[in-house]
Design a protein around this ligand. Structure first.
Ligand SMILES: *Cc1c(COP(=O)(O)O)cnc(C)c1O
Length: 356
């Protein structure tokens, strides 16, 4: 069997959820969209089910998969419904929906529902992606409130730049949110992971942590609280071949790495089709049998190459960690022109093994 796999540490996931919830000071929806950022949504949600206040996903397909897996906690659809047909299912499966656009509000107004629906009404406080703008928000809230089949209304918004700790935009968005929702009763929700970690003034009734649950910091720089997160995914494989090369020999596609001295190269069974970044540079950290090592040469679809010169004990069968407990995912991100979000979401083909 191909040795590439992603180990998913569910104890670490629970630890990170508790940290996120504590920082938010209220309740927290665990964001498990996109298959829990590549970690396996059903298994992650089941592991959190006893303590999570609820979950958030991108669409009804993801929500129904969680219900099918036995998740009974509240589930929020972060983009709401994409067409009116979904409403019946949303009510039947007891889901919560975001309402972010006038057309969704109109659909709710003309669709009678058999049971009350809880709605999270989204304000565009400055990201300019989805949400009602400030001028329309109050009216949208009143129209929702007037509907007999609408239950709880949570006021929500989303930050564009909360990962930039010296940027004034998050403060501006917060002020816009406070002004637009002033006097409207009900709970509030604004914090994603970077806001929870870096903007304590943004605390509200409901937090929506995603990335931090998986133990990866959203910040480019070191951060004291983010340092308490525990990595959840360990991506690993094994050495399947070894080359002894003299100085001046190229390795791999495009000869991106050329040996400067006699060099031992190890070939590892994992590649960009598994989600490892294709353009990780020479020197990107890995761990070889638990010791620091480095990538050498361009990543192939199914294999990559590492420098074993300083690892005389290593050979065929040696374990190589690409990121996880020993190699912080953030370091791989820093070497490969990607983001922590995309790094994790890109993981595929390798089997996920959940432990804990
Ligand atoms: C994805 C998402 C989140 C989670 O964001 P992280 O930065 O991963 O914590 C929160 N809220 C909304 C609306 C989202 O789409």
């Amino acid at each position: 069997m191909r040795p590439a796999r992603a180990l998913i540490d569910l104890d670490a996931l629970r630890h990170n959820y508790r940290l996120a919830r504590g920082l938010g000071g209220g309740r927290a929806l665990a964001v498990v969209k996109a298959d829990a950022y590549g970690h396996g949504a059903a298994r992650c949600a089941l592991a959190l089910q006893d303590e999570a206040d609820g979950f958030a996903v991108a669409c009804i397909e993801e929500a129904l998969a969680l219900r099918e897996a036995g998740i009974h906690a509240p589930i929020l659809l972060l983009e709401g419904f994409f067409d009116a047909d979904e409403l019946a299912l949303i009510v039947r499966h007891d889901l919560w929906t975001v309402v972010h656009a006038p057309w969704q509000l109109e659909v709710l107004e003309r669709t009678p529902l058999p049971a009350p629906l809880d709605v999270w009404l989204k304000l565009d406080s400055g990201m300019h992606r989805v949400g009602f703008d400030a001028a329309a928000y109050r009216d949208a809230w009143q129209r929702l409130r007037a509907l007999p089949h609408v239950g709880n209304i949570v006021k929500m918004s989303h930050f564009a730049r909360a990962d930039e700790l010296d940027c004034t935009r998050t403060g501006e968005q917060l002020a816009n949110f406070a002004a637009a929702t002033e006097g409207l009763p009900g709970e509030t929700s604004v914090c994603n992971s970077p806001a929870l970690l870096g903007w304590p003034q943004a605390r509200a009734d409901w937090a929506r942590p995603g990335l931090m649950l998986y133990g990866v910091s959203p910040f480019a720089q070191a951060h004291e609280i983010a340092a308490q997160l525990r990595p959840v995914m360990t991506l690993e494989s094994k050495v399947i071949a070894v080359r002894e090369l003299p100085a001046g020999e190229p390795v791999g596609y495009g000869a991106r790495f050329v040996t400067e001295a006699p060099t031992r190269i190890g070939v590892v069974a994992i590649g960009y089709a598994d989600g490892y970044p294709q353009f990780a540079v020479n020197g990107t950290p890995v761990a070889i049998d638990g010791r620091p090592g480095r990538l050498a040469g361009r990543v192939s679809m199914d294999m990559l190459t590492v420098d074993l010169t300083d690892h005389p004990q290593a050979g065929v069968g040696s374990r190589v960690e690409l990121w996880g407990k020993q190699v912080p995912a953030a370091q791989v991100v820093a070497h490969s022109q990607t983001s922590a979000y995309r790094l994790l979401c890109a993981v595929k083909r390798v089997p996920l093994q959940h432990v804990g």
